[in-house]
Design a protein around this ligand. Structure first.
Ligand code: ZN
Length: 196
């Protein structure tokens, strides 16, 4: 039996994955999106949405697609996916984003800070972060290039599995941005590490 661990609502967690191990990300309640950040365990490589779009030839990623690093090495392969729609275009929500787009004054929980803090606990210091893989986040790109955000397609209990292709430092955040979560307040997510 695998231990299921919580990503607290609007919070983040860090974990290490050895090559060949897999990570299952679960939406226990449905309709909640999150951010995944992956670095090589020594911090020397980081995930790259641009490389990933290039090598997969598409912006919507699902089963059998690979998430690539900025040094053109495979980081993670999606091996199972109940949801089938994720975003890899949008930057993680940040304090500045809540100020600019939501008019928030003072501190607001945000994925950028959650991911940086989780990576720091793993010994990976990153001043700025590349684009996170925004799992379960439902962004549509129209033919004219316009972007729209729709409620996540994840239903209660849905999950996806990603296999590590090298030893990785991973950070996960349960996104507090209501526009990415169908207008709902922040809810927790969960994960399991599948060792071989
Ligand atoms: Zn967020």
């Amino acid at each position: 039996m695998t231990d299921r661990q919580l990503i607290p609502a609007a919070g983040g967690v860090g974990l290490r994955l050895k090559r060949g191990e897999s990570l299952r990300i679960i939406d226990p309640e449905g309709g909640q999106s999150g951010d995944l950040m992956a670095f090589a365990q020594d911090g020397s490589e980081r995930m790259s949405n641009g490389r990933t779009f290039d090598y997969n030839g598409k912006v919507y990623l699902s089963t059998n697609d690979v998430l690539w690093s900025d040094r053109s090495n495979p980081l993670l392969t999606i091996t199972a996916d109940d949801v089938g729609r994720h975003d890899f275009l949008y930057a993680s929500c940040s304090l500045e984003m809540y100020r600019i787009q939501y008019g928030v004054t003072g501190y607001h929980p945000n994925c950028h800070d959650n991911l940086r803090a989780a990576l720091r606990e793993l010994g990976v210091e990153a001043d700025s972060l590349p684009t996170a893989f925004n799992f379960f986040m439902h962004a549509e790109v129209a033919v004219d290039g316009r972007l729209s955000l729709l409620p996540p397609k994840s239903r209660a209990g849905d999950s996806m599995v990603l296999r590590a292709e090298m030893d990785l430092a991973i950070a996960l955040s349960a996104c507090p941005a209501s526009t990415c979560n169908g207008g709902a307040p922040p809810r927790p997510l969960a994960f399991e590490i599948l060792r071989g």
